[in-house]
Design a protein around this ligand. Structure first.
Ligand code: NAD
Length: 282
């Protein structure tokens, strides 16, 4: 069994992005800029945004966080997005999800300029992804593909099973795998016999948010296991959705949590933003 080390690959990509930032600044005098919209007091959202900000600082981006109270109006967030769409110093706009209930999330995601949509959540970019055209791709599934490529794992012809079908993780993950010519099974909360699907998988990708959802008996011998879930145990440890200890004995490759997909997500956000800056310049 081999560990897919997302932490090491993420550091390498972040170094590459930092070099690109220096180059861009030398050539054009411009610094890539990321704007983050953070609404309410959800501790996890605050922690994720702090991590993203730290990564931006490290590679030399300009970044700004628009912090807003939980009872903010739809209109006020829309105005901020419109401002960021027009701001020439901003190359990427990120709305930290989830948003409070009174807010129409879909409307906000559609308001972000598709050309600054570094999270790849705008229907324009979703459509381009499903048709196999170039565009911004959601950072978590993109990070998974990058990790597979770094370990020379080609999913062509493989049976892939994606567990979790959200717009930000499962669905784009399935599109990327399909575009890479895997045969893709997508499972979710209403799937009747989850084990029948997971056991058939040469590569199993899980992004649900349930500790130990995937146990050893649900995995085929020699399968590649990608654990996208992030959960906190009662004693404060971070774990994924896969019973790592037992499943790793059967797997050929497996991502750890932490240190697997999580750091790749940040690396892809930085890469999407620097690419956006380069395109805007070019
Ligand atoms: P979500 O709640 O939007 O979607 C969860 C999906 O899992 C849904 O499609 C649901 O139908 C399915 N599901 C729920 N219970 C299930 C069950 N018992 N069996 C099968 N399917 C089930 O969540 P999300 O935003 O997609 O996030 C999923 C997980 O991925 C979370 O743990 C989240 O923290 C993690 N995540 C990690 C990263 C990263 O960078 N590694 C990024 C985003 C999300």
């Amino acid at each position: 069994m081999q560990i897919l080390d997302g932490k090491a690959l993420s550091s390498k990509i972040q170094e590459e992005v930092a070099l690109e930032v220096t180059e861009l600044r030398k050539k054009t005098g411009r610094t890539p800029g990321l704007a983050v919209i953070l609404v309410g007091n959800d501790p996890a959202s605050h922690a994720y945004v702090a991590m993203k900000k730290k990564a931006c600082d490290k590679v030399g981006f300009y970044s700004v966080t628009h912090e807003m109270p939980a009872d903010i109006s739809q209109d006020a967030i829309e105005k901020t997005i419109e401002m960021m769409n027009l701001n020439p110093n901003i190359d990427g706009i990120l709305i930290q999800l989830p948003l409070p209930e009174q807010i129409d999330t879909t409307k906000l995601l559609e308001l972000v300029s598709p050309h600054k949509d570094v999270d790849g959540f705008h229907p324009f970019n979703v459509g381009r992804l499903t048709t196999g055209l170039e565009g911004f791709v959601p950072c978590t599934p993109l990070g998974v593909m990058e990790l597979l490529e770094a370990y020379k794992i080609d999913v062509k012809g493989m049976n892939a099973c994606v567990v979790g079908a959200s717009n930000i993780v499962g669905k784009p993950m399935a599109s990327l795998l399909l575009n890479a010519n895997a045969t893709v099974d997508i499972c979710h909360i209403f799937t009747k016999d989850l084990k029948a699907h997971t056991r058939n998988a040469d590569i199993l990708l899980v992004g649900v948010g349930v500790i130990n959802l995937i146990t050893e008996d649900m995995v085929k011998e020699g399968a590649i296991i990608i654990d996208i879930g992030i959960n906190r145990t009662e004693d404060g440890r971070l774990v994924g959705d896969v019973d790592f200890e037992k499943v790793s004995e059967k797997a050929s490759y497996i991502t750890p949590v932490p240190g697997g997909v999580g750091p790749m997500t940040i690396a892809m956000l930085l890469r999407n933003t620097v690419e956006s800056a380069k395109k805007r310049q070019g």
